[in-house]
Design a protein around this ligand. Structure first.
Ligand code: RB5
Length: 144
């Protein structure tokens, strides 16, 4: 799967690990930056990856900052993006089944790389449930 990946300096190390993991798992991640641990502004990278997902070129995205909060706020400004901060396996499943999330957001302060990889694997393979959940996602899409 083509996956748009981005982070700020706070998420850079975890992003590097997740990019390796995604490639080793047969996915095609594209790194939208940042490219070092030098201090930078997370909205820049959230916007780049989120726009790539909204365009349809990348069915999914992954964003990382220190808390996950800045990234999720910024990414959800882009129409068509449903970004969710994910802390555990249950959030991964629910954000896919119920919310059809298309960007997984991690807070590097709160999650270890091995756990993030485990969660990401689940998030990537879980399908949106449809039915009443699709109706609710459509309601979200109509909010102006
Ligand atoms: C950077 O220090 C930090 O603010 C950022 O990584 C993120 O946690 C913002 O929400």
């Amino acid at each position: 799967m083509r996956i748009a990946v981005g982070s700020d300096h706070g998420g850079f190390k975890l992003k590097t690990e997740l990019l390796k993991f995604l490639k080793a798992s047969g996915h095609r991640p594209r790194d939208f930056g940042t490219f070092s641990e030098e201090s930078c502004d997370y909205p820049v990278f959230a916007a780049a990856a989120a726009k790539a997902v909204a365009s349809g070129r990348f069915p999914r995205g992954v964003l990382i900052c220190r808390t996950g909060i800045g990234m999720v706020i910024a990414a959800n400004k882009v129409r068509g993006v449903r970004a969710a901060v994910i802390h555990d396996e249950a959030c991964a499943v629910s954000s896919r089944k119920h919310n059809d999330s298309n960007i997984a957001v991690f807070g590097s302060r709160f999650i270890k790389p091995d756990k993030a990889k485990k969660i990401l694997k689940i998030w990537l393979k879980t399908r949106a449930a449809g039915g009443r959940h699709r109706r609710r996602v459509s309601q979200i899409e109509r909010i102006k």
